[in-house]
Design a protein around this ligand. Sequence first.
Ligand code: GLA
Length: 398
Amino acid sequence: MRGESLIMRARSIKERFEQVFSHPAEVVARGPGRVDLLGSHTDYNDGFVLPVAIDLEVMAAGRARNDDTIRLWSNNFGELSRFSLKDIAFDTEARWSNYARGVVKFLRERGNGIRGADVLIDGRVPIASGLSSSAAIEMAVATLFEALFNLDVPPVELALIGKRAENEFVGINTGIMDQFASRLGKSGHALFLDCRSLEYELVPLPTEKVKIVVADTMKRRGLVDSEYNRRRSQCEEAARELGRHISGVRALRDVTAEQFEQHRDALPEVIRKRAEHVIYENERVLKSRQMLQAGDLAGFGRLMDASHDSARDLYEVSCVELETMVWAARKVPGVLSARMAGAGFGGCAVSLVPSEAVKEFQRLVAAEYEARIGVKPTFYVCETADGAGTIPVLSAEC
Ligand code: GLA
C-alpha cells in the first residue's frame, strides 16, 4: 500500500517535471525525513543516537544537461532557482535552494564529473517541525546526482556531504544524525549510530505491534539556531572543564556517568545541567539498543520518556506546546512513550502507540491539545522507511 503510493507519487512528479522543463526526467530519487526515538542533542557531542527514517519524504526528479547550468524548481514554493556550476553561491532569495546548492558544491569538490541538470524538488516532510526536511532534501538531491552522473559515492560519505552542505553552506551547525538516518535508515529498523566512529547497527523494531505516531504541535521552531548554537558551546565548555579533572576528554561522549557524579560540582549550574543531560542520554541510547534486541518495548518506552524529561528539565529545549502534547499523549491508555522530536523548541512529538489504539490516540490527544492550546494538531502515523535512493520503476519508462 505505502509502496504503491510512493510509485504513484513518483509518477506524478515525473509528469510535473515534464510540464516545468519540457523534457522527460531521467531519474527520480527520494530522501526520507527522520524521527529520533532517542539521542537528544548527543550527536554533536560525539555521542550515540537512535533515529528511524520515515515514510514522509522529499522527492527529486532530474535530467542531465550538456552545459554547466543547474535549474532547480521547487514544487512547494512554485519557484525556479538557477545557477552555474562555476559559481555556486548562497541564494538569499530562494533560501530553499541552498540545501541543494550546498550538496552540488561539495559533491563537485569531491572531483567527479558533474554537469548541469534540471531538477524538480517536491517535499512532503513538514518544514521546521523537527522531522528534518533539510536532510531529506540534501539526501534526495545527492542520490539524484549520484544516479544522473554515475558517481557511486559510499552512503556514509554521502551523508557527510549533506552535513557539510548544512554546516558550511547553509550555515547551521548541526550534527550528523539527520543525514545519516536519511541515507542509511532501513525499513523495519531503528538505526543505532556512534556519531564519533560512524559505526552503526540496524536494530529491528516490531512495527506491526506498535506504531510511531508523530503529532505536530503546529508551533514552528523558534529561536532554534541561536539556542542550538548556545547549547553546543555550553557542552564544549562542560567538556573542557571536566577535561581538567578527567584525562582524555575530547567531548562529553568521553565522560561516564560515574565520572560526572564525581566532578559535577566543578561545573557552574547551567553547564552542569547540560552535561548531565548529554551524559545520561548517551547511557540511555546504549541501554535502548539492548532493550530493543531483547524485545523489551515497555522498557524502551520508559527510556524515551526519561529522554524527554531530561531534555525539558536539564537541557531546557521544550515549550508549552510540546509539553501539552506529550502530557496528552502519555495519558492515553496503552501508550508506551512520548517525547519531543529533533532539536525541540516546537515542532513535533513522537509517541509509540499500540497499533489497535492509534485511532483513539489521535482523537483523545487532538481534543486535549486543542482545548488547551487552541490549535488543531496534525498527526502522521509513520512507517519506517529505507534510506535515500532512486525509484527504479521510473528508469524503465524514461
Ligand atoms: C537537530 C540537528 C541534529 C541533532 C538534533 C538534536 O535535528 O539537526 O543534528 O543535533 O537537532 O538531537
